[in-house]
Ligand binder design. Sequence first.
Ligand code: AMP
Ligand code: MG
Length: 520
Amino acid sequence: MFKISSPYQEALPGDQSGNLASRLTPGVAWSLAQPTPVLKPKLLAVSAPVAGLLHVDVENVSRSELGDILTGNLIIPASTPYAMAYGGHQFGGWAGQLGDGRAIVLGTHTNASGDRFDLQLKGAGRTPYSRRADGRAVLRSSLREFVCSEAMHHLGVPTTRALSLALTGEGVVRDMFYDGHPATEPGAIVCHVSPSFVRFGHFELPRANGDVPLLRSLVDFTIREYFHEIDAKFTGEEKVAAFLNEVAERTARLMSQWMRVGFVHGVMNTDNMSVLGLTLDYGPYGFVEDFDPRFTPNTTDSEGRRYCFGAQPHVALWNVERLAVALAPLFSSEKPLADAVAAFAKRFDRETVEMLARKFGFDSIRDEADDALVQDAFALMQRAELDFTIFFRALASIDAESPRVEVLAPAAYRDEVFAACRADLEAWLARYASRVVQNQGSALDRRRSMNATNPSVVFRNYLAQEAIDDVMGGSTTKLESLMRALERPYDDGEEQRAIASRRPEWARVRAGCSMLSCSS
Ligand code: AMP
Ligand code: MG
């Protein structure tokens, strides 16, 4: 079923001891780490699109065998499971060696077309990088990670994927609110799928250890495996510079895509930044609801708001700078570093201008008046407490001949605030209507194109909580209908309508529905 090889292990030095005791592992890019068997695996969900991508016929294996494989109880032939070594900057400070503390890579699966995917079990037990933690993951965070990986893919945002979500049949103790009240929760394991899980932090660690040979091996491996065009076109220092530039551009593009759908990652530490420009490691993330550029779903970040919605592009650039600094020993001048920063800015600006034009249904952003229209919309959305997702869907259906402010009412969280902003919203809508009638295309073109850019549904945290509560009660019905609806986030069908409404009042204050802790 799976065809496993391990280019990462073959190309890079590793710690072969199999010793799972927490420790520093200088000089290696990975450590052998056998998953710790779990008591009673139970598959909750398998993503059919991901199974299709891998060309694995999940119907052809028994559920129990599949459950064993996808929780690490049964090791597939040719797999020599390992944990990756990496470091990272966390909340602005260098955190030293981190590594896969609870994620274990089974190896690289090659599908029938020759495409390669790394398979990673998260929550599969302790590794040398677990430090003082248990190597496990709880159901709530695993379900959130499983569903959102897939939801983001269907939204068209670059992301790692997820094949499965399984219960371990074991309890995991977590102090969810960090208030001295630990409780036992169900343990779970997600099988993540990605061409690679290499992070910015992979390069920062050997750089911090002064291990230039390992740094160079990692760079060579990454370019050879994942950046074929650059590998073929450049040599020497130029090759490394082209790689850095490409990572910068992909990261810039990713930021613009996050802004498009209102995604807030929540923990943009450099160890959570993919060199492939994919969304990676879903923790206390959230989608912006009542619009606020300072929104952060992460309780740990509520003071500093380092990783809030509006700060993400700046933080991403800061992270790219950390990568550039890590690669500095491979350059003879500082020019490639400055070039990467410039490449990020240029790509982000271009992507964002195009993205905003599509969101607002303009054929392009033509001038300062268009710019002002966009900026004023965000300011008004915030003042009127309008839902980011619902606002743009509603805007698509505005009749430019006779714009009516009522069309925006479903986006409003508070009637009295909406009423107080009514005159300003009307004035803005009048400006908007007179602008879109100047478009080249028809009104129908505008609506179609806006509805292909602005999703009708996103994975709101309250929906996650409802699915988690349902699974805790022994049912996967909500999880399944949620997955189906989120496979087509630009549709307006019955399944989408069931999850399209704004966050209900009960969810405003409930833990897990607007704010989340890092505990997982
Ligand atoms: P995160 O913020 O979830 O990306 O995790 C940061 C670091 O902490 C990574 O090195 C993780 O592997 C590690 N980590 C987080 N939770 C656990 C856990 N329960 N057991 C072991 N390591 C963990
Ligand atoms: Mg992480």
